[in-house]
Ligand binder design. Structure first.
Ligand SMILES: O=C(CO)[C@H](O)[C@H](O)COP(=O)(O)O
Length: 277
């Protein structure tokens, strides 16, 4: 291990909780498509207002990390509605990815909301850190917080959209007393930790049941689905009631990312039309 690596590891716990001011003013991207939203607008992207279109969130987990800003720009120009940012801590899940410093570096290059999925335990300190560097949505796993309601309020108190993530084996009953506090529910259709896994079909009846639960309660809570999403299963996901589809390998593994996004959206839209008919 080099001296530079050791220094970086030692500084990490401090850097991870730095307030934005400590990081200095975030640079703006020179690219005309990239801008920072108006901080006075309470919902600058209207991101979770019910949309006639199913939204597509490419997962940067499958991007080339050496060219993250360029990768983000390609999918944004290719029609991405959000950037999905997977945070793994090597404790809650057996993989280690990126933290708030990378999110801060990416933010000025994104004209779409950054959707931070925390696969970490605990969550509260990282909620602070990611909100400070411009996360727009923050989701976490209920198993990873001792006080789920408190963590949700922490996210909302920072002005971010708040969501819970349900693993394939996590029942919908964990939402019973907090559904009204949520902006979104992220249904995992793989076990969290790695990209490129096969879609677990039991996610479909779960999404249908969640859609019914939300609609019967008259709530505006978006359903996001993550894991093994492809054009091949997008119709069924749209038909089941999904609002946002996360796709990693299906987008970044494609030669033409815009075409991959369009194909997933088109099939999901057809499914949604069936759902609404
Ligand atoms: O959260 C994740 C894994 O924990 C990823 O977002 C997800 O798996 C996306 O990758 P792919 O579309 O390749 O399945």
């Amino acid at each position: 291990m080099t001296v530079a690596t050791i220094t970086l590891l030692r500084l990490w716990p401090v850097a991870a909780t730095m307030p934005l001011s400590f990081l200095g003013a975030l640079p703006r991207c020179e690219h005309p498509e990239c801008y920072r939203p108006d901080p006075l607008d309470p919902d600058p992207f209207g991101v979770l207002i019910m949309s006639p279109s199913v939204r597509i969130a490419p997962s940067l987990l499958s991007a080339d990390f050496a060219f993250l800003a360029q990768e983000a720009r390609v999918v944004i120009e290719g029609g991405a509605d959000l950037l999905h940012f997977d945070v793994m801590d090597n404790h809650y899940v057996p993989n280690l990815t990126v933290g708030p410093l990378v999110c801060a570096a990416l933010k000025p290059h994104s004209s779409v909301p950054i959707d931070v999925h925390l696969m970490t335990r605990p969550v509260d300190a990282l909620i602070d850190s990611f909100a400070a560097v411009g996360a727009d949505l923050i989701t976490f796993h209920p198993e990873a917080s001792d006080h789920v309601h408190r963590s949700l309020q922490l996210i909302k108190g920072k002005g971010c959209k708040a969501g819970l993530v349900l693993n394939p084996a996590t029942p919908l009953t964990v939402l019973d007393h907090v559904l009204g506090d949520l902006d979104l529910v992220l249904v995992m259709s793989v076990n969290p930790g790695f990209g490129g896994q096969a879609f677990i079909p039991s996610a479909l009846p779960k999404i249908r049941a969640l859609r019914r639960m939300i609609d019967e309660a008259g709530l505006n809570v978006a359903i996001e689905v993550d894991g093994g999403v492809k054009a091949d299963n997008a119709f069924e996901l749209g038909a089941a009631g999904a609002d946002i589809l996360v796709a990693g390998s299906a987008v970044f593994g494609a030669r033409d990312r815009a075409q991959a996004i369009a194909a997933i959206r088109e099939r999901a839209q057809q499914g949604r039309a069936q759902h609404l008919a």
